[in-house]
Design a binder for this molecule. Structure first.
Ligand code: AHG
Ligand code: MN
Ligand code: MN
Length: 336
């Protein structure tokens, strides 16, 4: 069978009678995918390209920026600014939103992204990624510049989301709200070739991803659930759960999409509202992908995609993966 490129997949999605992919969205996704190729190229040069290490700067969240955080952010801004598909962008590495400058045509979409996810891993040659979410600019912002409030939409409103993963292979994993598809970068051709999809999360894999060092901050419910799963030999697969934690959410989520299991970065029970991951450019795009692959994504209480954001860099507790396991977690948690 002839390989299906990303370009062909998007065109065929656009032509479907029930299409969720108008031409403008197709071209936007192609642009993001092109920027991810450039990011992949920079990362793969490593020390030879002088791209490793930290800068003296901090982002708005007080995190030291890596050279690649800033480089990847700039590559995404430069690639997407002039295409005419966007009204504005927002990113982990920009304090506030980036409206499309007046010298370029303005489009109907908003792009929100984490340019390098897992950037603490970049200097030690572990997998990192780029996460993105596409929203529609609200009708109310026609005729005026976009503002931060325009970006504060629940995850259910996403037109598309995805990630690139820069690992042993470079992949692009994408949803337009009609299933999840994986494309592998053919480095010789420079083309993204479909290698999996529609992806369904395999059920019943007894594997957990959590940072155990944060244990003192967990709620009694999460502590109870983890203890139960790591020690109880009567777990569904007849043995205690296995554990994996890469420190790159993209890598952990990709493993869950392909192999099953559950990922937890719960909010801090001692400091109400304190959590690690960001709602708009980490939890929401991953939540949509996971739901589209038959899984579930909750903030500990309810569905992540239903949360009405209050600010651009808002953080949120995140538990995602195998839907049945998340239901079990909620059952175990109530007995804590
Ligand atoms: P980022 O590099 O964009 O700041 O995100 C890192 C996130 C996520 O990728 C990962 O799951 C988590 O932070 C790792 O946290 P720990 O440092 O607690 O392991
Ligand atoms: Mn991140
Ligand atoms: Mn990041």
């Amino acid at each position: 069978m002839k390989p299906v490129t990303l370009t062909r997949f998007l065109l065929e999605q656009q032509r479907r009678p029930d299409s969720t992919c108008p031409a403008e969205l197709r071209l936007l996704i192609e642009t993001v995918a092109r920027a991810c190729k450039a990011i992949n190229h920079a990362i793969s040069k490593g020390a030879l390209g002088d791209v490793l290490g930290s800068l003296e700067s901090e982002n708005v969240q007080g995190e030291v920026q890596k050279k690649l955080d800033v480089l990847a952010n700039d590559l995404l801004v430069d690639a997407n600014e002039w295409g005419g598909h966007l009204a504005g962008m927002a990113s982990e590495e920009m304090d506030t939103i980036h409206p499309i400058p007046n010298r370029f045509p303005r489009g109907e979409y908003l792009l929100v992204y984490d340019p390098i996810d897992g950037s603490s891993n970049v200097d030690v040659d572990l997998s990192v990624g780029t996460i993105f979410s596409v929203l529609r600019a609200p009708a109310a912002c026609a005729g005026r510049e976009v503002c931060e409030d325009d970006f504060l939409q629940p995850g259910t409103e996403q037109a598309a989301s995805g990630y690139a993963i820069y690992g042993p292979q470079t992949l692009l994993v994408l949803t337009l709200g009609t299933g999840v598809y994986e494309f592998t970068l053919d480095r010789e051709l420079g083309a993204w070739i479909m290698t999996d999809g529609p992806i369904r999360i395999p059920e019943g894999n007894c594997e957990i991803a959590i940072n155990m060092a944060r244990r003192p901050q967990w709620s009694s419910e999460i502590t109870h659930y983890i203890n139960e799963r790591l020690t109880n030999e009567k777990a569904p697969c007849g043995r205690a759960y296995n554990m994996r934690w890469t420190g790159s959410m993209v890598a952990d989520v990709h493993r869950i999409l392909k192999r099953g299991g559950i990922f937890l970065y719960p909010s801090d029970s001692r400091t109400p509202g304190k959590a690690r991951l960001r709602l708009l450019y980490e939890a929401n795009p991953m939540g949509l992908l996971i739901e589209q692959a038959g899984g579930a994504a909750i903030d500990g209480a309810g569905r992540v995609l239903d949360i009405q954001p209050a600010s651009l860099h808002q953080r949120v507790g995140l538990i995602l993966g195998d839907a049945a396991e998340i239901r079990t977690l909620q059952d175990i948690a109530v007995t804590a």
